[in-house]
Design a protein around this ligand. Structure first.
Ligand code: T46
Length: 135
């Protein structure tokens, strides 16, 4: 499976590091929404859905977590554990997020406003959807 990781430029000096993320520069879409999850329980697994059209970049800005991605044919696991690395998650990818370390903060930059109608929450429907899209 083709996974796109984006390494962001660090603007470091003797005070520490700083990362800047701009629409259509480091992030390959117009950012319409930012959300982040924190205080996630140690054995929590979240996600369990795909998006019809939403594109996102996931950055674990503190701690670590794992992302399971499935395109309907293949699947893979990605570890996010660096604040200067983002995972680009295209539409029509089933995702599950788990193994959050204590204190982990997962920030997500999204290409669209929140829209429940964009979610595919049933795995069988997701598989049907991926087949329809390829016709
Ligand atoms: C995704 C993964 C990585 C909002 O009100 N606005 C928002 O923008 C979002 C993302 C969520 N919510 C509400 C909806 C639920 O009542 O926050 C609650 C938790 O959201 P959800 O159960 O969808 O969280 P996850 O971790 O299953 O999924 C989220 C995103 O929804 C999803 O797009 O790709 O993180």
């Amino acid at each position: 499976m083709d996974i796109k990781m984006i390494t962001f430029q660090e603007h470091g000096d003797d005070r520490g590091q700083l990362i800047a993320l701009e629409t259509q520069k480091e992030i390959p879409f117009d950012i319409k929404r930012v959300y982040y999850m924190y205080e996630t329980g140690l054995n929590v697994r979240r996600g369990y859905h795909a998006h019809k059209s939403l594109k996102q970049v996931l950055i674990c800005i503190h701690g670590s977590c794992k992302i399971h991605l499935d395109d309907g044919k293949e699947n893979t696991e990605v570890i996010l554990d660096k604040p200067n690395v983002g995972l680009y998650v295209d539409n029509l990818l089933w995702r599950e997020i788990y193994d959050f370390s204590r204190g982990a903060v997962l920030m997500v930059l999204a290409s669209e406003y929140y829209d429940e109608k964009d979610y595919i929450r049933d795995y069988r429907k997701f598989i049907e959807y991926t087949k329809m899209e390829k016709k």
